[in-house]
Ligand binder design. Structure first.
Ligand code: SF4
Length: 451
């Protein structure tokens, strides 16, 4: 009989974001991250793994540990490097991975022992093997493009699950918080402000539908958040997926490109399979602005029809807007909110354009001398970190909050929600009031949790 001996202690850390130099903390978070539970599932059994979500828990730097793995999005990077330094002081080896370090290798290397660039499936075993031999390399590049077949199920049980909010009252049927599920990686498009196709590739990879279904069944009753950047990227495959979901009787949220609604059967099936919200990256109501970032496959003339198709399928359209494109003016920002109000959009989010490292936009703004600073903790879509064309940075930021607050004024909420009463109206009202509370305090409703 082989004994499962745990020889090494591995601590995986999801850092928080520094806000005015302080570590952002939440009482409760909305959606657990999939990344570290997934890395834990990829880790060989001679490691005992723990996970810290720093927004919810403090890090005990003095707890004995053999190896630390940190993942980082761009906004978390300054804090990730502070954490790395704390462990280095104690002589503990630190490995850093995730999208941000992958594009900022030179900047992060002095703070850590190794950087894992890109997707880690095909290389993680080697990193750990090298660690055991005392031969960690400085940089690990992906060893080919990982297949998405037979992926292990993320170890969500390593997270403090009671600290993640359950979805609204209509969906409180399960012991699980919202569970993020991945069905595909990559994107056929290549919008200038986005690094998805650079990071995961323009050639999309899909998980077998049976394996997606099997994974969802492990989280009985959970509200599912699909992490794909476009759940309908390949319409025929999406329809097969939605058909397979119908019998599971789940509720879910997913991101759709504006093109998905061109296939009404697809949207109808999404609704039948339990889709409640469709996050729509329509970004702008200006052709010029969309063209400036090569997202002109979004057709403004189709927006009203798209919203109606989702609504008719029982799905709440949840447009996501960006302000600060080179074609944007203050007037356009007002017009955008008026348009979405007129369309009686139940829920909307908006962001300030952010030139994230790894994107074409970052390279362009760097070349044009328009990057104001590289305090990446502020690259969160609520701060202006570049010189806009038609406004001063502070004017863009002020106008951003002004129109965000305007959309969530009580009169606006009433106008949008009480026109089309349905079983979700109370739920949507609560969501709108929550968003109102957040934006009035200038906190982004998608900042990740309740402070
Ligand atoms: S913004 Fe959306 S459509 Fe554009 S590249 Fe990114 S994921 Fe693809």
């Amino acid at each position: 009989m082989q004994l499962n001996v745990k020889n090494y202690k591995l601590k995986l850390i999801q850092p928080s974001q520094l806000v005015n130099g302080k570590i952002r903390k939440f009482e409760k978070s909305f959606v657990p991250s999939r990344t570290l539970p997934y890395i834990a599932a990829l880790t060989p059994s001679d490691f005992s793994v723990s996970i810290i979500d720093e927004t919810l828990e403090d890090i005990n730097f003095d707890e004995p540990v053999d190896l630390v793995g940190i993942t980082s999005l761009i906004t978390q990077l300054p804090r990730a490097l502070q954490i790395a330094e704390e462990y280095k002081k104690r002589g503990t080896k630190v490995i850093l991975g995730g999208p941000a370090p992958s594009y900022l290798i030179e900047e992060v290397l002095p703070h850590v022992d190794s950087v894992v660039v890109g997707e880690s499936e095909n290389i993680w075993w080697k990193v750990l093997d090298d660690f055991k031999k005392g031969e960690l390399e400085k940089i690990y590049f992906p060893n080919g493009t990982p297949s998405l077949e037979k992926l292990p199920t993320p170890c969500f049980n390593l997270l403090p699950l009671d600290k993640y909010l359950k979805p609204g009252f209509l969906f409180k049927t399960s012991k699980w918080p919202r569970i993020p599920i991945e069905t595909a990686r990559g994107c056929f498009h290549d919008c200038d402000f986005c690094c998805v196709s650079n990071y995961f590739g323009k050639k999309m990879r899909f998980r077998p539908i049976a394996e997606v279904v099997e994974e969802i069944q492990k989280f009985k009753g959970a509200f599912i958040v699909f992490t794909d950047d476009n759940i309908a990227a390949q319409p025929e495959r999406a329809k097969e997926l939605f058909k397979a979901l119908i019998s599971l009787k789940i509720h879910w949220f997913g991101q759709f490109s504006s093109l998905a609604a061109m296939d009404e059967e697809l949207v109808t099936l999404a609704g039948k399979s339990g889709c409640i919200f469709a996050f729509l990256g329509i970004e702008s109501i200006s052709k010029e602005s969309l063209l400036s970032v090569r997202k002109n496959f979004n057709r403004i003339e189709n927006y009203s029809k798209i919203f109606k198709i989702y609504s008719d399928a029982g799905i709440q359209p949840n447009p996501s807007m960006i302000f600060g494109f080179d074609g944007d003016t203050k007037e356009l920002m007002d017009e955008t909110i008026d348009f979405l109000t007129k369309e009686k959009i139940p829920l909307m989010v908006q962001w300030i354009l952010t030139p994230v490292p790894g994107t074409k936009l970052f390279e362009r703004f760097l070349e044009e001398g328009r990057i104001l600073h590289k305090d990446y903790s502020k690259y969160d879509g609520t701060n202006v970190v570049f010189k806009p064309k038609n406004m001063e940075p502070n004017e863009l930021e002020e106008k951003f909050w002004e129109v965000f607050q305007k959309f969530y004024r009580i009169s606006n909420i009433a106008y949008r929600l009480f026109y089309r009463l349905n079983k979700l109206t109370i739920f949507l009202l609560k969501r709108n009031l929550f968003f109102q509370n957040m934006v009035n305090r200038r906190i982004h409703p998608y900042s990740g949790g309740l402070e």
